[in-house]
Design a protein around this ligand. Structure first.
Ligand SMILES: [Zn+2]
Length: 287
């Protein structure tokens, strides 16, 4: 498979700390949990208002989906999240020094999201995605070993408008025996995969239970990894509920390994990565 299978993913870039100073004059709009800064150059007021409005809506939706019902006081007053909107992609790149393929960045430590004024994709996709990264990180902290697939899965799951499409594509990959085995996925640091023409060899589980091998380009591997991530999170939340999911994340936060956390929260169904894969595949079968 050399062609890009999936055109719907948002690849974001998350950093612990962004040191670039923003030497720009800003206009500012505030709400209960957010401060939106936008460029003074042109009149971006309408867009900034829309951002503020959507951000508040996503805030409660994401916290509820992830099972954090008492989250409402987290981002008030001086803890409000800052959203910086540059006037275009170039100014954003120049100010942040981020790779050219990114459209926005979440800065965990300073609780800020930096992007630029673009309608298509920002409000429905990038904004909930980056907010979910920040909310999730607030919840799980930095000490526990949080697998990357869980972090990215949570962020993509919050892009609720895309859930249907994710399910449609993962079902197709499942039916064609193109999914990477979970064991392989757990070992893979997707950040080291450069999306070039290089071919990667991964192990897969076939629908008949046998092991197989998959030859894929870097692009397809990254797409598949991201899709499996969101599908696993969707499976855990839809099949076992948000409260159990929050409990599971709390176990990881408190230092438990993945299998240990699964075992303690889902003791009847998911006692190992193997069982997680088996039950997830049952779920895909019925999608
Ligand atoms: Zn992300």
């Amino acid at each position: 498979m050399f062609k890009r299978l999936i055109g719907i993913l948002t690849f974001c870039c998350s950093v612990l700390f962004l040191s670039s100073g923003f030497c720009q004059e800003w206009q500012e709009l505030n709400s209960q949990h957010f401060r939106v800064f936008f460029s003074k150059d042109k009149d971006f007021l309408k867009f900034a208002k829309e951002v503020l409005d959507k951000a508040e809506k996503y805030y409660s939706q994401i916290a509820q989906d992830l099972g954090y019902p008492r989250y409402s006081e987290f981002w008030t007053w001086e803890k409000r999240v800052k959203i910086y909107l540059y006037s275009d992609h170039n100014s954003y790149l120049k100010a942040t020094g981020q790779p050219e393929w990114t459209k926005g960045v979440a800065d965990y430590k300073n609780k800020q999201i930096i992007s630029y004024v673009w309608n298509e994709g920002f409000l429905d996709s990038l904004l909930p995605h980056e907010m979910a990264h920040l909310i999730f990180r607030d919840f799980v902290g930095f000490k526990g070993e949080i697998p990357l697939w869980l972090d990215e899965g949570v962020a993509q799951w919050s892009e609720s408008e895309k859930r249907k499409e994710y399910k449609r594509i993962i079902k197709r990959l499942f039916e064609q025996d193109l999914l990477i085995s979970l064991e392989d996925m757990m070992k893979l640091d997707i950040r080291t995969v450069k999306t070039t023409d290089r071919i990667y060899i991964r192990s897969i589980r076939m629908r008949d239970g046998k092991q197989g091998t998959l030859l894929v380009s870097g692009n397809v591997l990254v797409d598949t990894y991201y899709l499996q991530s969101v599908s696993l999170v969707g499976f855990l939340i839809e099949r076992f509920g948000s409260d159990n999911f929050a409990h599971f994340c709390r176990q990881l936060r408190d230092g438990k390994g993945l299998e240990e956390a699964l075992k303690s929260v889902y003791p009847t169904y998911l006692r190992s990565i193997q069982e997680l894969e088996d039950r997830w595949r049952d779920y895909l079968e019925k999608l």
